[in-house]
Design a protein around this ligand. Sequence first.
Ligand code: GLU
Length: 438
Amino acid sequence: MTIARFAPSPTGDLHVGNLRTALLNWLMARKAGGTFILRIDDTDRERSKEEYVDSIRIDLEWLGLEWDRIERQSLRLDRYEEAARNLRETGRLYECFETPVELSLKRKMQLGRGKPPVYDRSSLNLPEEEKAAMRSDRASYWRFLLDRRAIKWRDLIFGEVSIDAASVSDPVLIRADGAFLYTLASVVDDLDMNVSIVVRGSDHLTNTATQVQIMKDLGGEPPSFAHHSLLTGPGGEPFSKRTGDLSLKELRSAGMEPMAILSLLATTGSSVATSLFSSLDELLDVFSIGSFGTAPTKFDPGAISRLTARHLSHLPYLSVSGKIRALGVPDGDAEAFWLATRENIDVLNDLSDWWRICSDGANAAVEDGDREFVSEALDMLPAPPFNSETWQNWTSEVSRRTGRKGKRLFMPLRMALTGRTRGPEMASLMPLMKRICR
Ligand code: GLU
């Protein structure tokens, strides 16, 4: 049974990088007919906020990434307590006494000597009396004692991975204020919830190594892992810092379409060519975790806009009828309005401009050299309502009388009627135009 989870920390809005993780886990679960768990990693009481739990749910629902159940780490503290007890019993969880300042000093000195900043285990062998004295003076924290051997697994993206545990600090599992940290909580949850596959960013590779050891010490079997490469900006720079503006909330309010975002994120960094998919089912057909590569992946946010426009240009009327009626387009015009405009909008919100042009008339845009021509042409235009022949009949007549042809004929007339140089086919737009401003 495939069980995957997406485990965001509710400390901010989801951005496209998080979504990539969510989507790949969702695809793994659904492709196998398995279970997809939304796990809220909220053990950090100070930074976790309820409003972000809500926005995570809203974002995933908007994208159609349904979860089978939701779990919250803050409700499972007794399980982490129990696991900590087990690890203490096996001697793998040990008490430490350094303050954050002391630790950072140690790291600086190690780096200064050209050594990797790996925790030196100085608390591990302190005599019991010294520990007792320390305890009366300061709060202790707890680390997992790594077995300093190579930790290996077969990653579904990275292939054979081997990380030398000697190059990694013993991970802190319990903070001095008693809070359980992500590493412990995540390990306990993945085991308790029978998670069988974990897809996450390659920034977690070292975490995975330590988690594999902790899981085994708890008597569990680690799941399969797939670490996806990190997204970068166009110049290869780290992604999330520079592009904090790419939160899903902002993409949604900018009018970006879910299928555009999903199509891009399910294929970026894989050997499957990016194109517009029409549904999550279609994405499931082409998805394979093995098609993803390990190199950092350049992410082009402009592709979301392009795919959004393409998505809209194919959308049937029924998918947007409510939105169109909400603009005040009469029922009799609604479908024709959509078919006329859908290939000429970037986002659905552009429709309101086009409807204003149709219903109220546009501020004509007329170049100086065309004034006389446009005025003469408009004199020849019958009053609305227009029909599907109006444009053809009118422009033929104008051409006959003025001798203008091609672009010199059509462009000034389009600009006079719509105020724009580009837009829908005029023959389809004219029957929808209720007013012409002069
Ligand atoms: N809460 C962790 C994060 O957002 C989850 C990582 C994981 O998938 O284990 O980085």
